[in-house]
Design a protein. Structure first.
Length: 171
């Protein structure tokens, strides 16, 4: 994946959203966190451990910090030609967007920490009584991360569904 030009979608595979939703469910009420790495046509998800509680307020229920082991694994894979395409985390309070804290962490010095990476937020929404998660995608555009359309593809690569950025439920 590359940075999304204006008017383009963030494209994920349905199984990736399912895996991220399962990760978020397992970690709740703590925020989950991880990345999708790409190399050529290859894709892999790294489910990281949220160690925010080791660093004090806010708690892991309100913020995330990727553990050193996962960071080392990600860096090693990037040295082998993989790249961070998507950074994801969950909000168990139902807020489907990037928080001010998320934005500060993503752009610490006015430039993206991971250029070309998109962000995905999995939010636990009260309206989804069945336990579904809603996904919101964000892409770097005109100097900030902005809400982006999210297209979900089946494994075959054919787009099966084009979902509004904040209306991509997964149960």
């Amino acid at each position: 994946m590359r940075a999304i030009p204006a008017g383009c979608d963030l494209i994920l595979v349905a199984s990736e959203l399912e895996q991220i939703g399962q990760h978020a469910h397992r970690e709740a009420p703590r925020e989950c966190c991880g990345v999708i790495l790409t190399r050529g046509t290859g894709r892999q998800i790294i489910e990281a451990k949220n160690v925010q509680d080791l660093f004090g307020p806010p708690s892991a229920e309100r913020a995330f910090r990727v553990d050193d082991g996962s960071l080392q694994r990600i860096l090693t894979l990037c040295q082998d030609g993989w790249r961070v395409a998507v950074i994801y985390h969950s909000h168990t309070n139902g807020f489907p967007g990037l928080s001010a804290r998320d934005r500060e962490a993503a752009v610490p010095a006015g430039r993206p920490l991971y250029p070309g990476a998109e962000y995905l937020v999995a939010a636990k929404r009260a309206r989804h009584a069945d336990g579904a998660w809603t996904f919101s995608a964000y892409a770097w555009e005109r100097g900030e991360y902005r809400l982006a359309p999210l297209t979900v593809q089946e494994a075959s690569g054919a787009a099966s569904e084009n979902l509004a950025a904040s209306d991509a439920p997964l149960g």
